[in-house]
Write a protein that binds this ligand. Sequence first.
Ligand SMILES: Nc1ncnc2c1ncn2[C@@H]1O[C@H](COP(=O)(O)OP(=O)(O)OP(=O)(O)O)[C@@H](O)[C@H]1O
Length: 254
Amino acid sequence: MFLETKNLTKKFGGLTAVNNVDFSIEKGKINAIIGPNGAGKSTFFNLISGFHPPSSGSIILKGQDITNMPPNKIAEMGIARTFQTTNLFEQSTVLDNVIVGHRLRTKSNLMDAVLRTKRLKREEDRCREKALEVIRFTGLEKVAGKLVGSLTQEEKKRTAFALALATEPEIVFLDEPAAGVNPDETEGLAQLMKKMVDTGITVCLIEHKMQMIMKLADKIMVLNYGEKISEGTAEEIRNDPAVIKAYLGGSASA
Ligand SMILES: Nc1ncnc2c1ncn2[C@@H]1O[C@H](COP(=O)(O)OP(=O)(O)OP(=O)(O)O)[C@@H](O)[C@H]1O
């Protein structure tokens, strides 16, 4: 299995936000995590990307235990993520935002910057090339020189994808990639996720847009109050009484 969590648990004081979750992600597939508000989806992402240490349980990437690794190490291992409220620099251009992503893969340090070494120049060129490549991939060529603050919501979403891709990840975690965009743009972003998978990148997303998830995801996990209540294909999830009950607030019979 490409990435697995075993008994993954996160407690915030008396609240168990993620409770004993076993989840496995297959390489080259689109995996989705759904669940009502407050179900623990973002917390689950934060655990995998190292932003929160788990209270217990483990995270295994390609057979290696990465539990408790710091976020920068996890990113170096090939895991990238985007955020619900995209953490982009609004006063910088798309290109400058995306260039930052590839710095993760470079080695130059403060001395290289002070002395303007050849290594620094070479790595700066490489970051720029990589940024231009992912800007083309995500369809942002026309707005590469624009300030992020002036972009549409959909372009900002694409920029967040591009920033994640610039780190050369093996797997990307996308937190509500289609929130706040119209149906046509949602379809465009779904196509972009498929394109990512076609190049060999594994995708895992959180999304509230059910129609999109049901069409797009190869495998879905459903969280409710921090617990995994169901897992399977769109068809399996759709017909699972536990899922129907969770979404209807307990008013449907299980
Ligand atoms: N840093 C934190 N400190 C304390 N409680 C937290 C923290 N982060 C999340 N929680 C709580 O953990 C629970 C799960 O939250 P989380 O944001 O993971 O849910 P979610 O499924 O992503 O929700 P949404 O769909 O609304 O974004 C919630 O009750 C939330 O209030």
